[in-house]
Design a binder for this molecule. Structure first.
Ligand code: FAD
Ligand code: UDP
Length: 491
């Protein structure tokens, strides 16, 4: 069905960018003072009028839009075992398992007008499959998750490769790497995570030919620290100061509005530093794209199942009493945990949000940039990355052969949809207080990235939901346990 596509409004991020404090380097590029980054100066209203995309390509059941108060199928129903808040990975796993394993009935509500949570994708007005909440790449080392997701989609093998555009005139910009001109600046395009080719491109004097030489180059620079306490220590221990400055420091500031030293070590540890020339973003054994997009997975999980009722455009908190009373067994809450306890007077947890600026182009050759995801780790522009979905092989045939292409410039901001928990000691301490309340809450199970305030990848969200389902619904199912590992561990 066609649902009108609301544009992404955009807020100006007015961060004052610092003069870069560069460290000693092998680069031959001259040191220069950075200008302040400029941002497009549109108002919210102007941004709101810019996008004419139409969402299509999904099969959302029309009954999902019937609301909860006036629809007797929900209002008068007394047989829901579970009321599930959120139709993302966590909510859909609970409903699907409850139905297929135990024959239980669920009502899922989501305040958005679609299922899939942050994984939601759709075909836009120009015919490209795009993700509403940022590009998503599936990867996992958990066999249980890989087996589970294959039940709901055909998958095509796909190894994500990210490049970084490093401005050449910056120290560490080097002269190697593929030359790329964009918006009046000249960049070197290098592999991210940084590997031997990245170092050779940014620091041409290095001329590294083997893993051992690369190890030695890094060892000359990196600090020995067995127990890095924050993101800066973690990156300096693995990368040394020059790569830290070129790849990690400013990207992190743009993404989180915090320097790496203000974040947990685990955030930057997501990105390895490699001595070989492996340029894959992830190293998990299973890396793939759902052939018909992510949304189709969720439709296949829950649509057409008589045990599962879905109501979209429905905010749980607007019907809290009525919906809570309908759950014979549990309310499964997958939204932000601090929103559930908003009336308790604790400070709010900190989240990072994103804004996307969509553009349509018809460039010579049909592509805007050399790869799906091009990161901009420097402070010279405010966007963190540009995503060009046409590079994804699960595009419809017409999109792949189109003369045009759509790109999304990604900006980070502190207001809007809560996308990222912000991992640092203060937020962890505050989250523990919420978790303590949640552990004593009768009849409510808290599941998922926002409810557990953890930087879960998709596979971790699947595994976490499958395992919590086992815990609370199937007392004898613990044999299926898989070690989850660090929730925000390395790629
Ligand atoms: P969500 O997807 O956030 O779903 C929660 C749902 O609850 C939402 O639909 C929300 O509308 C609903 N909700 C909240 N409050 C209420 C309420 N009061 N009433 C009703 N409904 C409510 N993972 C990867 O593995 N690879 C990637 O490449 C990747 N890229 C990402 C890029 C971005 C920008 C982001 C933000 C995340 C990315 N992820 C990626 C992580 C992935 O999106 C999450 O792991 C996954 O979506 C978590 O699923 P969830 O069900 O726990 O939460
Ligand atoms: N990061 C960076 N430079 C990059 C890519 C990542 O500094 O080019 C750091 C940054 O702090 C980022 C973190 O590594 O937030 C995790 O990156 P990832 O790509 O996993 O972030 P996500 O895809 O979840 O936004």
């Amino acid at each position: 069905m066609n649902v009108p596509y609301i544009t992404y409004a955009f807020a100006l991020v007015t961060t004052q960018l610092p003069v870069i404090q560069t460290k000693s380097s092998l680069a031959d590029a001259p040191r220069v003072r950075e200008p302040e980054a400029t941002m497009p100066s549109f108002t919210e209203d102007e941004w709101a009028g810019m996008d004419v995309s139409i969402r299509r390509g999904n099969d959302h059941d029309p009954s999902w839009f019937a609301g909860v108060e006036n629809d007797p199928r929900v209002r008068d129903a007394t047989d829901f075992d579970l009321v599930i808040v959120g139709a993302g990975i966590s909510g859909c796993v609970f409903a699907e398992r409850a139905s297929r394993e135990l024959g239980l009935k669920s009502l899922i509500v989501d305040k958005r007008d679609h299922i899939g949570g942050n994984c939601y994708d759709f075909i836009n007005g120009k015919g490209f499959r795009v993700s509403q909440y940022g590009v998503h790449l599936f990867h996992t080392r958990h066999e249980r998750v890989w087996e589970y997701v294959q039940r709901f989609s055909e998958w095509m093998p796909y190894e994500h490769r990210v490049k970084g555009a490093i401005e050449r005139r910056r120290e560490g910009g080097g002269t190697g790497g593929k030359k790329y001109e964009h918006d009046g600046r000249e960049y070197a395009v290098v592999p991210i995570p940084p590997n031997r080719d990245t170092i050779n491109a940014l620091f041409p004097g290095a001329d590294l030919k083997t893993d051992d030489e690369t190890e030695a180059w890094l060892n000359e620079r990196r600090t020995v620290n067995e127990n890095p306490k924050n993101g800066e220590e973690s990156a300096l221990t693995r990368a040394g100061p020059e790569l830290y400055d070129a790849i990690f420091k400013h990207y992190t500031k743009k993404q989180w509005d915090k320097y790496p030293e203000e974040l947990d070590a685990s955030v930057l540890a997501r990105i390895p530093v490699r001595t070989n020339t492996d340029d894959r973003y992830f190293s998990d054994p299973h890396q793939a794209l759902p052939k018909d997009g992510y949304t189709r997975i969720f439709e296949n999980m829950i649509m057409g199942d008589p045990n599962i009722t879905v109501r979209l455009n429905t905010d749980f908190f607007e019907h809290r009493e009525m919906l809570s009373a309908k759950a014979k067994r549990f309310v499964v809450f997958t939204g932000p945990i601090d929103a559930y306890y908003a009336s308790q007077g604790l400070p709010k947890l900190e989240y990072r949000s994103l804004r996307f600026f969509e553009e349509y182009h018809e460039p010579e050759g049909g592509f805007y940039q050399p790869c799906l995801q091009l990161n901009y780790p420097g402070p010279e522009v405010e966007h963190t990355r540009i995503v060009e979905y046409k590079h994804k092989p699960n595009q419809p045939e017409a999109a792949r052969t189109s003369a045009g292409t759509v790109i999304f410039k990604e900006y980070s901001c502190d207001h809007g949809e809560p996308y990222y928990p912000v991992p640092n000691p203060a937020n962890r301490e505050l989250y523990e207080k919420y978790r303590d309340m949640a552990s004593k809450e009768p009849g409510v199970v808290f599941v998922g990235r926002l409810a557990s305030y953890k930087y879960f990848n998709m596979d971790q969200a699947f595994l976490n939901a499958l395992e919590i389902f086992d815990d609370v619904m199937c007392a004898d199912a613990s044999s299926a346990r898989t070690p989850l590992g660090e929730p925000d561990g390395p790629k």
